[in-house]
Each structure stands twice: as C-alpha cells, then as structure tokens.
Ligand binder design. Structure first.
Ligand SMILES: [Mg+2]
Length: 175
C-alpha cells in the first residue's frame, strides 16, 4: 500500500480536483512550452541567466489547502502524522539527490541536462515542497512567517559586513 501518493506523479494529477488551478497550471505549461519552442528555434534557452523568478501563485497557503484536500479525499490524513511526513520528506529529498548523484559539479540552470531529467528535478522538488508544507501544518508552524523570521535571524547571525565572501560557520567568527 502506498500512503504517500506523489511518487512520479505530475502536479496535475495530484491536484486534479482543483479545477481552477488545474486550468491555470495547464495554461502556464502551455506558455512555458511555447516559450521553450521559440527559444529552441532561436537556438537559445527560454530563461536568460540571472533573470529567473518564481510565479506569484500558488502561495504556500494554497499549496497547504490543496494537499489537505488531496489527503482528505483519500482518507489518508490518518497516515499523515508528523513523523510519517518527516520520513516521507526525507525520502523525497533522497529521490532528488539521486538525480544529482555521480554527475559531479552541476552548473546553475542545469544547462547540460535533458528535458526529461529537468522534469524529474521539477517533480522531486515539488514532492519535497508538498511534504514540507504539510509537515509544517501538522507541526503548527506558519511557514511563510517562520521563514521570514529565520532569515532575519540569519542576517543577524551573518552580518554581510563581517562574513562577505567567507563560508565559515558563525561560530568561527570572532568579534
Ligand atoms: Mg518523488
């Protein structure tokens, strides 16, 4: 029995009940595909280096609600306790790591990767994100706000003026 249903499944299948978002997802895929085809005809990548950004939607809250709907429809909430979700998350990180295994250093943007391998990276990153969001929910962590607070802590822990260009851990710096 598979309690964790997102293995090798595209987001479109996972969220098939979210009709509005499914349509928007398809539209986004179509636009992306059109841009990719145009770029391929021009002999270039669709996203110039240094200009990548995420879409504004969906928010983490929307992803949380979609996943909650997905698990509730299948009566899987009984299996999605924090420990199980953590193990599932680690498993998905392993699946992501497997894609990078034995490749040596990989350049930003994965320029030498096939479209199929890029798609696998996209799917495994999505699995990681889905379980991370669900785990945060089950731990009652407001993830967007928690991330902002942690980034502020990181700024204080690693002042740019002090650590610029250095990879040392904060414990290695002296005042
Ligand atoms: Mg996976």
């Amino acid at each position: 029995m598979c309690y964790f249903p997102t293995r090798r499944q595209p987001l479109l299948c996972v969220y098939r009940t979210g009709v509005k978002w499914e349509i928007e997802f398809l539209a986004a895929r179509w636009v992306k595909g059109t841009n990719t085809m145009a770029a391929q005809q021009n002999g270039s990548r669709s996203e110039p280096e240094g200009e990548f950004s995420f879409s504004a939607e969906p928010s983490l809250e929307h992803i949380r609600r979609l996943q909650a709907e997905f698990t509730a429809e299948r009566d899987w909430s009984q299996f999605h306790q924090p420990r199980n979700l953590l193990l599932a998350l680690v498993g998905e990180v392993g699946e992501l790591a497997e894609l990078f295994q034995w490749r040596g250093e990989v350049a930003e943007g994965l320029p030498d990767w096939s479209d199929a391998d890029r798609e696998r990276v996209s799917q495994e990153l999505s699995d990681v994100c889905i379980y991370l969001v669900e785990l945060a929910e089950k731990c009652r962590v407001d993830l967007p706000q928690a991330v902002l607070q942690k980034m502020e802590l990181n700024r204080r822990k690693y002042p740019a003026s002090k650590v610029h260009g250095s990879s040392k851990k904060y414990t290695e710096y002296t005042d």
